[in-house]
Design a protein around this ligand. Structure first.
Ligand code: ADP
Ligand code: MG
Length: 416
C-alpha cells in the first residue's frame, strides 16, 4: 500500500488526522491483529496445562476418601478424561518411588509431563496423598485431547478477530477513497465554476473593448490611405497590433459565449474547398504541402462552426511547423462509426508534460498566442455534439481529431 495514496494534492490539503493518523491507524490495524493472533496461540499451551492440572487436582481431592482397591473404577465413572490411575506405596521397591523424593518432601505438588498412551496424547501427574494412615503417591493419566476444545475456541476467536479487522480495514479504505473522490469532484466543480466566471468576465471585457478598438483600427486605416509613405510606415504597427487585439477580443468573446449552432445539411466538398483556400492563404510561400481529402458526403451540422473548428486546428498545425522548414499538413475524413475529421501535421508534436495543459485557457507556448484556440475549439466541437482529441505521434507530428457520433451523422447523404 502506498502512503502517497493518502496524500491529498492540490489546494485541498488534509489535516493532521486525515494525513497522518488515519493512514497510520489503517496500517497499524493488521499488525495489531497478527500480533494478537500469535499471542493467543502462544498462550494456548499454558491454558491447556492449566485446564488439565485443574482436572488432576479434582481427581486428587477425591482420592483420600476412596479406598485404594476400587479407586480407578470409581473415579473413571465421574471423570471422563481419566485414562489411568496407579497408586504407589512409598516403601514399595518395585514402583521406583525413590525417584519421587521431592514429592515426599512436599517440595512439589505436581510433577507433570506429556506422553503417549496407545497412540493417544496423554497428560501425567504424580500426586502425594494420605490414605489408610500412610502417605501414597497417585500417578494420574489424563487424555491429552481433553483440552482440544480450547484450540478450537482459540481458532474461532482468532478467525473472528481477523475477519472483523479485515472488514474494518476494507471499510476504512473505502471511506477514505470515497472522501478523496468527493473532494476531487468538488475541486473539479470549483474549477469549472471558476472557468465559467472567467469566461463571462472575459466576454464582458472583450465586448467593451471591441467597439473602441474598431474605431481605432478604422481611423488608422483611413489615415494610412491618405498618408505619405513616411507616415504610413508609422501607422503600420498600429494596424498590425490592432489586428492582433481584434483576434484576441474575438477569441475571448467566443470563449465566454460559445454560439448556438444552427444545423443544416452541409456538404463536405464545399467545406474542404473553403478550408483549403484559407489554409493556402495562411501558408503563403512557406514550403508546406497541404492536402485535404475530398468526399461527396453531407450531414447535418453547422457549417460555420465546423469551419471555425477546422481552421483553428489548421492554424495550430501551420504554427507548429518551424517557419523555414518544409512540412506537411493533411485533412482526412473517416466515416467509420460516425464521422471523424483529422488534421495531421509534421510539426514537433506536443511534449508529454504539456499535453494536459493545452486544454487550459490561456496556456500557450507561442510568443503571440492567446492560449484560447484549443479551449474554444473543444467547446465548439461539443456544441456540435462531437469531441476533440489530440494525439502526438512518435518522432514528432500531431493529429487533432474531431469526432461526431454515428447518431449525429447517420443522415449522411452520399451524392454524385
Ligand atoms: P495558441 O495557439 O494561441 O497557443 P491553442 O489553445 O490553440 O493556443 O494551443 C495551445 C498550445 O497547444 C500551443 O501553444 C501549443 O504549444 C500546443 N499545440 C496546439 N496544437 C499543436 C500542434 N498541432 N502541434 C504542436 N503543439 C500544438
Ligand atoms: Mg491556436
Amino acid at each position: 500500500m502506498q502512503l502517497s495514496w493518502f496524500r491529498e494534492e492540490g489546494p485541498i490539503r488534509g489535516n493532521f488526522i486525515s494525513r497522518l493518523l488515519l493512514p497510520m491507524a489503517v496500517l497499524a490495524l493488521p499488525v495489531v491483529l497478527v500480533w494478537t493472533s500469535v499471542r493467543t496461540f502462544r498462550e494456548l499451551d499454558e491454558q491447556k496445562a492449566v485446564y488439565l492440572r485443574n482436572h488432576v487436582a479434582l481427581v486428587a481431592s477425591r482420592l483420600e476418601n476412596i479406598p485404594e482397591e476400587g479407586a480407578f473404577e470409581r473415579l473413571a465413572e465421574e471423570e471422563p478424561h481419566l485414562v489411568g490411575l496407579v497408586i504407589v506405596r512409598r516403601d514399595d521397591p518395585e514402583t521406583h518411588a525413590a525417584n519421587l523424593t521431592p514429592l515426599w518432601n512436599g517440595l512439589e505438588l505436581f510433577r507433570t509431563g506429556s506422553l503417549e498412551l496407545d497412540g493417544v496424547p496423554a497428560y501425567r501427574a504424580y500426586i502425594p496423598f494420605h490414605a489408610a494412615g500412610g502417605l501414597r503417591i497417585a500417578r494420574i493419566d489424563l487424555d491429552g485431547r481433553a483440552a482440544d476444545f480450547l484450540v478450537v475456541h482459540a481458532r474461532h476467536n482468532v478467525l473472528a478477530a481477523l475477519t472483523g479487522g479485515l472488514v474494518l480495514v476494507i471499510l476504512s479504505l473505502y471511506a477514505l477513497w470515497m472522501a478523496r473522490r468527493t473532494a476531487a469532484m468538488q475541486m473539479k466543480q470549483l474549477e469549472l465554476e471558476h472557468l465559467a466566471r472567467l469566461g463571462r468576465l472575459a466576454a464582458v471585457l472583450a465586448h467593451e473593448i471591441r467597439n473602441p478598438l474598431g474605431t481605432i483600427k478604422g481611423f488608422a486605416q483611413l489615415a494610412a490611405e491618405q498618408a505619405s509613405d513616411c507616415v504610413k510606415e508609422l501607422l503600420a504597427p498600429i494596424l498590425t497590433e490592432t489586428g492582433r487585439l481584434e483576434h484576441l477580443v474575438n477569441d475571448l468573446l467566443l470563449y465566454g459565449r460559445p454560439p448556438t449552432p444552427a444545423f443544416a445539411v452541409t456538404g463536405w466538398s464545399r467545406m474542404a474547398t473553403a478550408i483549403e483556400a484559407h489554409a493556402r492563404q495562411q501558408i503563403g510561400d512557406r514550403p508546406i504541402r497541404f492536402q485535404v481529402e475530398r468526399s461527396a458526403v453531407a450531414w447535418e451540422t453547422d457549417a460555420n462552426l465546423l469551419q471555425q473548428i477546422l481552421l483553428n486546428l489548421v492554424r495550430n498545425a501551420i504554427e507548429a511547423i518551424p517557419s523555414d522548414e518544409p512540412g506537411e499538413i493533411s485533412i482526412r475524413l473517416d466515416r467509420r462509426g460516425g464521422a471523424s475529421i483529422s488534421v495531421t501535421d509534421t510539426g514537433p508534436g506536443i511534449p508529454p508534460a504539456d499535453e494536459p495543459r493545452v486544454w487550459e485557457p490561456f496556456f500557450t507556448t507561442k510568443p503571440f498566442g492567446t492560449g484560447l484556440g484549443l479551449p474554444i475549439t473543444a467547446k465548439l466541437a461539443e456544441a456540435l455534439g462531437g469531441t476533440l482529441a489530440l494525439q502526438s505521434r512518435d518522432g514528432g507530428g500531431t493529429v487533432a481529431t474531431v469526432r461526431f457520433p454515428a447518431a449525429l451523422t447517420k443522415n449522411v447523404e452520399v451524392s454524385g
